[in-house]
Design a binder for this molecule. Structure first.
Ligand code: SF4
Ligand code: SF4
Ligand code: SF4
Length: 273
């Protein structure tokens, strides 16, 4: 990890804070993005210094802030249901802005950095025992599309049937949705011996993330001249990515969460971001 990365990241978040504030005139977004940018920058600094658990610390700082402060205390549904709800209402608020930046536009630049450094579901899953998958990958990815469509239909149905007290309904959906996600994620992790099984097969947000992160500017690249084909990088990857292939069509390329485990595993210094 380059020591310039924390400075670049802080600069990006300051720019985002200014842009979003100028669009909304809401000072919350200044504090919000400065907090997230500073947490990520400090974590990247610790990663550059090879401190263990630096990435977990970033995830806990950002993920718990979004879950507890913005979501639970602020009564903002930050799940996909909240994104559709506020989008249908035409309200340009936290959930919509969050999705646009972290999960739709942002991945063109930083891929699935959200999944590696900020997600409040994965901040717990990454603490489970199976950091690298112990079994062959399943062909269950279709489930994410089913869940994506189901959530969209449920939120559309709430509007079509003119359900009352929608704000309370959405808050309850946020709480119940998170409980289900944590339970499913932990069960799948132990069942399949893979901390990130929920991310690979279930999470509906990956419908956005996989599509846009395909074009990510920041991605792991290999210098084939340095590679001795020891495969230590492949074995260290939690997401089954074939980072030995530099092409965009690399196997499971849109699964990369930029965790840098492969880079750390390569003693030939053949991989970089
Ligand atoms: S795939 Fe979903 S659950 Fe996993 S880290 Fe990304 S957003 Fe979070
Ligand atoms: S760990 Fe390094 S040297 Fe070994 S296969 Fe991966 S890139 Fe090549
Ligand atoms: S180990 Fe490398 S290829 Fe795999 S998810 Fe992490 S950064 Fe991406």
């Amino acid at each position: 990890m380059n020591v310039k990365a924390p400075v670049i990241m802080e600069t990006i978040f300051v720019a985002i804070a200014i842009i979003v504030y100028s669009l909304t005139s809401n000072t919350f977004f200044i504090y919000n993005f400065l907090y997230i940018g500073t947490a990520i920058s400090l974590g990247l600094f610790l990663m550059a210094k090879n401190k263990p658990y630096a990435r977990n610390i970033i995830m806990l700082a950002v993920g718990s802030y979004l879950l507890i402060y913005v979501g639970i205390l602020g009564h903002e549904n930050m799940l996909m249901s909240g994104f559709w709800y506020y989008l249908f209402l035409g309200v340009f608020e936290a959930a919509v802005i969050h999705y646009l930046i972290a999960k739709i536009a942002g991945p063109f630049l930083f891929g699935r950095g959200w999944c590696g450094y900020a997600c409040w579901t994965a901040m717990v899953l990454d603490l489970l025992p199976y950091k690298t998958p112990q079994n062959e990958r399943k062909n269950w990815g279709y489930f994410r599309y089913v869940l994506f469509a189901l959530i969209l239909c449920i939120v559309a149905g709430l509007f079509m049937f003119k359900v009352n007290n929608l704000e309370l309904v959405m808050f309850n959906m946020f709480i119940i949705g998170n409980v289900i996600y944590y339970a499913a994620g932990i069960v799948l992790a132990f069942k399949l011996k893979d901390n990130r099984a929920f991310c690979k097969y279930v999470c509906p947000i990956t419908v956005f993330l996989k599509a846009t992160s395909y074009f990510s500017i920041i991605r792991v690249k290999i210098d084939s001249d340095k590679c001795i084909e020891c495969n230590k990088c492949i074995k260290s990857c939690p997401m089954d990515v074939d980072m030995l292939d530099n092409s965009r069509k690399r196997l499971n390329g849109t699964e990369c969460i930029l965790c840098t485990e492969c880079i750390k595993a390569c003693k030939q210094d053949a991989l970089k971001l």
